[in-house]
Design a protein around this ligand. Structure first.
Ligand code: SF4
Length: 242
């Protein structure tokens, strides 16, 4: 687990190349669409189980012009663009870039940890995203332990925005390492989602830990698995356990 980063880590990304990498084709990350993934370098969290420390801690090597040139070659071949990371909302150029993506005719999906409700609001107001995947990292009592930030209120504002004012489809998901979260935490989140009126499926996915590929916090593999039967019996909303 990284050091406590206070309310969040907002790196200065104004001048550096924003992208760590481009995945040219995926059928898995944008439901029902053929898409590419643009991985924005940098993140405002430090999750111990993060299996992309090179994206979180490294600098981008692909500039905006190079990414646009790639997309121009994919017009008519791909349906969508996934803006992922790291944390895409930490890049000051994200809103303008999303506008360029949409102007080229692509659908756009944002993967976010929710710490920048202001950026999500601008994307929604500009109708610049067609889908959002929101990571609900942990209940408030565990948020700092999992993310090394104390910014649950900012995440909560993003969730409120999506549940209340937006007609953009979104999915909530939690990555679970049982050394950090237990069944009670997952059920707390499920009840919170139900109370906020979330009507989608709640995706619960296992953290990837592999001794040959250290995570950001060098976490050991899980010592036990989640009790899926208990989660499915007690959750007030539909779960999708992956
Ligand atoms: S897992 Fe955590 S640290 Fe890694 S990219 Fe996602 S939000 Fe950032």
């Amino acid at each position: 687990m990284g050091a406590d980063m206070g309310a969040g880590i907002d790196a200065d990304m104004g001048t550096q190349a924003p992208f760590h990498a481009i995945t040219p084709f995926t059928m898995l990350d944008f439901p029902d669409l053929c898409a590419c993934i643009l991985w924005v370098a940098g993140c405002n969290m430090r999750c111990g189980y993060c299996h992309n420390p090179q994206i979180v801690l490294g600098k981008g090597t692909i500039g905006e012009a190079e990414a646009i040139a790639f997309l121009q070659r994919r017009v008519g071949l791909l349906d969508g663009v996934v803006l992922s990371g790291g944390e895409a909302t930490t890049w000051p150029g994200l809103v303008g870039f999303a506008a360029r993506v949409k102007a080229m005719g692509f659908a756009a999906k944002l993967d976010t940890n929710g710490l920048r409700p202001d950026v999500v609001m601008r994307l929604l107001e500009g109708r610049l995203v067609d889908r959002i995947a929101l990571d609900y990292k942990a209940p408030p009592a565990r948020f700092r332990q999992v993310t090394a930030t104390t910014a649950y209120s900012r995440f909560s504002a993003t969730l409120e925005l999506l549940c209340g004012q937006s007609d953009v489809p979104f999915e909530v998901r939690t990555t679970v390492h049982t050394g950090l979260l237990d069944e009670g935490d997952i059920l707390w989140i499920a009840r919170d989602l139900a109370a906020r009126g979330y009507s989608g499926r709640y995706a619960v996915q296992r953290a990837v830990t592999n001794r040959d590929r250290p995570t950001l916090g060098c976490m050991a593999p899980e010592e036990r698995s989640l009790d899926i039967a208990r989660l499915e019996a007690e959750s007030p909303i539909a779960l999708a356990v992956r």
